[in-house]
Design a protein around this ligand. Structure first.
Ligand code: NAD
Length: 308
């Protein structure tokens, strides 16, 4: 049996290799080119960020499982996998505290001006900033999406004195629209999955509704944010700052203005990372492949398959 890793961001794949060897299965790493040309005959696929679209799935005849290294499955055509009888799995329970902590780190660093101040000290200055920093307690944070991670951010933010409002169409008692949630907010943090509904949810219409020049934090998916609109909003004052762990595209081009903008903080899609979370992610993802190839039911199925 053969399992293909399409792409990854880990130091090594020893955990995967060991778990698969135990069931007589070989691990292969896909070359960095047309994925569809390499999936023929594989029994399983482990995928990090590579697009596993319908063309790749059609070419993977005989594949039993596509295991996403992560929570979001926006880079996998789940409907095509279902049509082809392929189980899709994810790991919804691995880095929830890490992402919530990273969102807070970005929010607090932005609110306290930490990155700019540290840079000026490094450059030899010793000057107290005279504008742009306000007391956090009593300010309002709008969360877009309050699932596992968003609700953890809410708990953390309340401990700092933020008043938390939320928009999540699947949670009772939330705001009626994104515009309503963000209009009076001093900070906005995104925690919804990337879907057709949430694509560019932060664009000109929502930015125009923001009345208090908030900071925008995104640790969810780059596709939630229209980056051109956000760059304009930062320059014309509709936003006071942006703090993004995810961008569209990734990596953010080396000459993109947000990389060097004085009111932007950009991190390289690392919210998920801690040594502990990464080890859990690799182990739980490959476990799904092992389960599928040994006839066990999946632990975290994303799609429901018709019984054979
Ligand atoms: N940057 C990273 O390293 C990293 C790591 C893990 C997860 N993520 C991202 O974080 C996202 C959230 O993760 P989670 O574990 O909290 O997922 P979750 O499924 O527990 O929560 C997502 C929430 O978004 C809500 N939602 C769905 N559509 C919405 C819409 N149109 N508007 C507002 N809310 C909507 C859902 O109702 C749900 O409550 C993931 O989908 C993933 O893309 C990023």
């Amino acid at each position: 049996m053969r399992v293909l890793v399409t792409d990854h961001v880990f130091g090594d794949l020893e955990a995967e290799r060991e778990a698969l060897a135990a069931i007589g299965c070989e691990l292969e790493l896909a070359p960095d080119d047309d994925l569809a040309a390499h999936v023929e005959g594989v029994d399983g696929i482990l995928v990090c960020f590579a697009p596993v679209d319908a063309r790749v799935i059609e070419a993977a005849s005989g594949c039993k499982v596509i295991a996403r290294y992560g929570i979001g499955v926006d880079n996998v055509d789940v409907a095509a996998a279902t049509r082809n009888g392929i189980q899709v799995t994810n790991v919804p329970d691995y880095c929830l505290d890490e992402v919530a902590d990273h969102a807070m780190a970005l929010l607090l660093a932005s609110a306290r001006g930490v990155v700019t101040a540290a840079r000026t000290v490094r450059e030899g200055e010793w000057t107290v900033p005279q504008e742009g920093i306000h007391r956090i307690a009593g300010r309002r944070l709008a969360l877009i999406g309050v699932g596992r991670i968003g609700s953890r951010v809410a708990d953390r933010a309340r401990a700092f004195g933020y008043e938390v409002v939320a928009y999540d169409p699947y949670v009772d008692g939330s705001a009626r629209s994104v515009e309503e949630a963000v209009s009076g907010a001093d900070a906005v943090s995104l925690h919804a999955p990337l879907t057709d509904e949430t694509k560019h949810v932060i664009g000109d219409a929502t930015l125009d509704a923001m009345e208090r020049s908030p900071v925008l934090v995104n640790t969810s998916r780059g596709g939630l944010v229209d980056l051109d609109a956000v760059t304009r909003a930062l320059d014309d004052g509709r936003l006071s700052g942006v703090a993004l762990d995810v961008t569209e595209p990734e990596p953010l081009p080396a000459d993109h203005p947000l990389r060097t903008h004085p009111r932007a903080i950009i991190t390289p899609h690392m919210s998920f990372y801690s040594a502990e979370a990464q080890a859990e992610l690799q182990r739980r993802a490959v476990d799904e492949v092992v389960r599928a190839l040994t006839g066990e039911p999946p632990r975290c199925p994303v799609n429901a398959l018709q019984p054979a």
